[in-house]
Unconditional design. Structure first.
Length: 173
């Protein structure tokens, strides 16, 4: 107790100047502060948390053929960020040919393809057209269309169902 009292009395003058909440949050990991933490914690823990899926597996219709002749078909694409969509706009190849945007963008969001150690726009530009079309559609599905439906429950019969929140493309309603 003396150790706690001495530790609490030393930081108190500093915290009065810096803010009263800081010392409480700093020693929160200490067992003595644990009882104060749970009252705020249970509402968060009691509410069901949904896990956001950020990576999606896919299988290419034909597959990418590397220099050694190996075909790579299975891969993983992650959700796109605003940065992923903005950075390619500065690329000279995209400025000269806007159709190249999807190649650069897909090179950023495909995290795995078969046994390749790295996926980049050079790999995407050497894919078969059918695989490129598949990946463009898959990108739209997981980044735009995948977020326009919501699970709801009928207030009268409590039957669950899904509703479309907006249009099938960004900007549509």
């Amino acid at each position: 107790m003396r150790r706690s009292a001495a530790g609490a009395s030393a930081p108190a003058p500093q915290t009065a100047a810096a803010g009263a909440d800081f010392p409480r949050s700093a020693p929160a990991a200490a067992p003595a502060e644990t009882p104060a933490g749970p009252p705020a914690g249970p509402p968060v823990a009691a509410a069901p948390r949904q896990q956001l899926q950020t990576e999606f597996p896919f299988e290419l219709p034909r597959g990418y053929v590397d220099d050694s002749g190996t075909v790579h078909r299975d891969g993983v694409m992650r959700l796109s960020t605003a940065r992923d969509e903005l950075i390619p706009l500065r690329d000279v190849r995209v400025q000269e040919n806007p159709a190249y945007l999807s190649v650069v963008l897909l090179g950023r969001v495909i995290t795995r393809l078969g046994t390749l150690t790295m996926v980049h726009d050079g790999i995407v530009e050497n894919m078969f057209a059918s695989d490129l079309a598949f990946l463009q559609d898959f990108y739209r599905q997981i980044n735009a269309e995948g977020h326009t439906r919501a699970a709801v429950q009928c207030p009268h019969c409590t039957e669950p169902f899904e509703v479309e929140l907006g249009g099938s493309r960004l900007g549509e309603s």
